[in-house]
Write a protein that binds this ligand. Structure first.
Ligand code: CA
Length: 365
């Protein structure tokens, strides 16, 4: 392939130089410059393809990057036992098909937590869940939460887990408490980052502390419903696959989110006067392959926080599986190619100018 391109280039350069009296040295310099630039372009496009390819690849494919120690999958062997990597608390029922955090009964709280802190810096947690119950629209609740927090296994008032937590909470809120808020439809996914100082306000469905959220029609479906939470390089992306078409739809995508390593993954749910079955079918944690930080960062010391949030939407690099920022290496190669391109253009320009001058002189004689 490269040799065909090289001979093509030699031919093209020869045509440009035809009739002009340039030195053989200049001619071979232009040829090799042109060859270098084409090879660079091919190299960069291959690199970009490989980078994007990693991000386009569905990490849900078996065995890709799944961290088994942080994943909860069937048949949930030994879950809740002392030797297990997963602890349970409250109303949880473990069956062969799911972990039922709460049943369709009033006043339940249930939670499942990984026992080990996670030191994975760039990750994606995929959640297969099922929300169902006999309550009619608007008469069911309250929802469930997916956690990445410092605390674990503490039952409490925020979707079955403790308030004033440190870390990340993703709430699938199925009951609208704030009837004055006409903007929001429920079920609603609400995202919160807390450094331990903020209280979750149930009366407002967490609106005052939320960093992002979206409507999510995920209840009483007779097909599978999935949630994906991806955190990498201060970018948090929440996606939903709940339309029975196998496609991930963006719920939120934002930069400027800081979360440390060493926290715990967990899930919890609660029922009050109204109830629902909150079932987890799997939690799968994938380690993402990303370029290393230019300078080492001690992620264990990061305090959970959010900069003024820059939401990413279509056309601004949004979407969980679209290409991330370019790596330094790619930028370097692109700049190199641009520089070589300019040099080649300059040489060709000089040659064309010389040729033009010669022809003008011939006309005068
Ligand atoms: Ca609510």
């Amino acid at each position: 392939m490269i040799s065909i391109i090289a001979s093509g280039l030699r031919f093209a350069v020869r045509r440009v130089f035809r009739g002009s009296q340039v030195s053989e040295g200049l001619y071979s310099l232009a040829t090799s410059m042109a060859q270098t630039i084409v090879i660079c372009v091919l190299l960069v496009s291959a690199l970009l393809r490989s980078v994007n390819g990693d991000q386009l690849r569905d990490p849900g494919l078996p065995g890709q990057y799944m961290k088994r120690e942080f994943s909860l999958v069937k048949p949930y062997q030994g879950v809740g036992a002392a030797s297990s990597l997963w602890d349970i608390a409250g109303s949880v029922i473990v069956s062969s098909n799911h972990l039922r955090l709460t049943s369709d009964h009033q006043s339940q709280q249930g939670a499942v937590w990984n026992t080990m802190p996670s030191y994975v810096t760039d990750w994606e947690l995929q959640v297969h869940f099922k929300l169902h119950g006999s309550g009619k629209k608007g008469l069911h609740g309250d929802g469930f939460a997916i956690w990445y927090t410092k605390e674990k296994l503490q039952l409490g008032t925020v979707f079955g887990s403790t308030d004033m937590f440190s870390g990340l909470g993703i709430f699938v809120d199925t009951y609208k408490n704030d009837f004055d808020n006409q903007e929001r439809s429920f079920p609603y996914i609400s995202i919160m980052v807390n450094n331990g100082s903020l209280k979750y306000d149930h009366g407002k469905d967490g609106k005052s502390t939320e960093i992002a959220g979206c409507y999510a029609d995920v209840r009483n479906k007779n097909f599978d419903t999935f949630l994906s939470i991806r955190f990498s390089k201060r970018r948090l992306t929440v996606m939903l696959n709940a339309d029975n078409n196998g496609e991930w739809k963006e719920c939120a995508d934002m930069m400027g989110v800081h979360l440390p390593t060493g926290y715990y993954f967990g899930a919890s749910a609660t029922t009050g006067d109204l109830s629902d079955n909150h079932d987890i079918i799997f939690l799968k944690l994938f380690e993402l392959t990303v370029p290393p930080d230019p300078e080492p960062v001690d992620y264990s010391k990061v305090v959970p926080s959010v900069e003024s949030i820059q939401h990413l939407h279509d056309g601004e690099g949004g979407g969980a599986y679209r290409g991330g920022p370019m790596t330094g290496w790619n930028v370097f190669l692109l700049l190199l190619c641009a520089l070589l391109g300019i040099i080649v253009c300059a040489i060709v320009g000089v040659v064309v100018f010389q040729k033009h001058q010669e022809q003008s002189r011939k006309r005068f004689y």
